[in-house]
Design a protein around this ligand. Structure first.
Ligand SMILES: Nc1ncnc2c1ncn2[C@@H]1O[C@H](COP(=O)(O)OP(=O)(O)O)[C@@H](O)[C@H]1O
Ligand SMILES: CC(=O)OP(=O)(O)O
Ligand SMILES: [Mg+2]
Length: 400
């Protein structure tokens, strides 16, 4: 019989999850199974991969309810005898109030739902499984782990936009995202960098959403995303940084309202908008069109510009790390970024880069460059376990 934690990362039509068994105090949770369900709302397909036998099946009913019921059923009936002791959720936005992982109550969930407009592509979906699990398993502790949380260490000046103070005080400020990924990467740095792990490190999390983070002494100093998950780099379908004057122009000259601009900035821009083909890096690298090439070039160029900015924020650079689906697998993108970063003394080991590292800088490189696979799920499991243990010891405020 083992205690297990379920971690959930819910998107608009997909749900990714993992199961970890809980060891004794001081031991990292051990992965037991992971899976994903896509096609939610239509005809979901559920896949669970586990050493002891998984599932790969279409489900008749759509929606999170059916998928979660089936996952919980698998946990309860699985012959290794697992007891679910908690669920941890990736929640993209914690707003001004929430940074540290927190046990969810109805009141906190309502506060998090009020942040939906700040991350319309993520937040509402993140919260659906919280409600579904709350209804089906009202006594199961659920913990929210925030993508914004790791950046709470940013200096106040870093978080400010040059707008009236009253607006900053109302929460209109930079937050930063992908914090669970950066926090996990920070935890792995001693294994890769040894004594330099406390140095000045830039991490590029390049996935469907993409951002970069400057880390010093294991803590976030600055990042490329701001108030929303639109800012910074070119992404699959998001524009990244754009002159706000463009938006004013589109409103006045093209009659675009908030809904149209939101659709443009979140869904029709980025790699998809520039290439006209796809937002998927693999498809673009395989495409012969000049538009696809330009989209990839712009993606790389913007990473180079952000790198310069983050190195300035750190006052130097001791290591560069690539992670996320593109960072971990797209060798041509890493090669382009490293070539552009030649001014930092970075030199690429092309063979190591082609085989995805882990170390992809050459022996003469002034700055080591690594590919490190991220693990947001493990970070959620660690946080969830910590919150449950602290609460069991009675150190926290009572649950609402
Ligand atoms: N072998 C590969 N070569 C190039 N790009 C890849 C490769 N594998 C995955 N990717 C890209 O990684 C991106 C998805 O990243 P991922 O971090 O998995 O996404 P998400 O942000 O949805 O979690 C896609 O653009 C995909 O094309
Ligand atoms: C915050 C964000 O962009 O997340 P994702 O990469 O999952 O879209
Ligand atoms: Mg991701």
């Amino acid at each position: 019989m083992s205690d297990v934690i379920l971690t959930l990362n819910a998107g608009s039509t997909s749900l990714k999850f993992s199961l970890f068994s809980v060891g004794s105090d001081g031991v990292d949770p051990t992965p037991l199974a992971d899976g994903d369900a896509d096609g939610l709302g239509d005809r979901p397909h559920l896949k669970i991969t586990a050493a002891s036998g998984g599932i790969d099946t279409a489900l008749d009913a759509g929606g999170y309810e059916a998928v979660l019921a089936r996952v919980l059923d698998w946990i309860e009936t699985h012959d290794s005898g697992m007891t679910l002791i908690g669920a941890g959720h990736r929640i993209v936005h914690g707003g001004p109030e929430f940074a540290a992982p927190v046990r969810l109550s109805k009141a906190i969930t309502r506060k998090l739902a009020a942040l939906n407009p700040l991350a319309p592509l993520h937040q509402p979906h993140n919260l659906v499984p919280v409600r579904v699990l709350g209804a089906s398993h009202p006594h199961l502790p659920q913990v929210a782990c925030f993508d914004t949380g790791f950046h709470a260490s940013n200096a106040p000046l870093t978080t400010r936009y040059a707008i009236p103070r009253e607006m900053h005080d109302a929460g209109i400020r930079r937050y930063g995202f992908h914090g669970l990924s950066y926090e996990y990467i920070a935890s792995t740095l001693p294994g890769y960098l040894g004594g330099k792990a406390d140095g000045r490190v830039v991490v590029a999390h390049l996935g469907g959403g993409a951002s970069m983070c400057a880390i010093h002494k294991g803590r976030s100093v600055a990042s490329s995303m701001g108030f929303s998950a639109i800012d910074g780099l070119v992404m699959a379908t998001r524009s990244g940084a754009i002159d706000p004057g463009v938006l004013l122009y589109l409103m006045s000259e093209r009659d675009m309202n908030e809904a149209a601009l939101s659709d443009l900035l979140y869904r029709r821009s980025g790699l998809l908008g520039v290439s006209g083909v796809s937002g998927d890096m693999r498809a673009l690298l395989a495409s012969p069109t000049s538009e696809a090439r330009e989209a990839v070039d712009l993606f790389i160029y913007r990473i180079g510009r952000e790198l310069g900015s983050l190195v300035a924020a750190l006052g130097g650079l001791d290591a560069l790390i690539f992670t996320g689906g593109i960072g971990e697998h797209a060798a041509p993108v890493r090669a382009g970024v490293c070539e552009g970063a030649n001014w930092l003394g970075i030199g690429l080991d092309e063979a190591a880069n082609r085989s995805d590292g882990p170390r992809i800088s050459d022996a003469d490189s002034a700055v080591p460059v690594f590919v490190i696979p991220t693990n947001e799920d493990l970070m959620i499991a660690r946080h969830t376990l910590h919150v449950l243990r602290v609460q069991a010891e009675g150190h926290t405020e009572p649950k609402i």
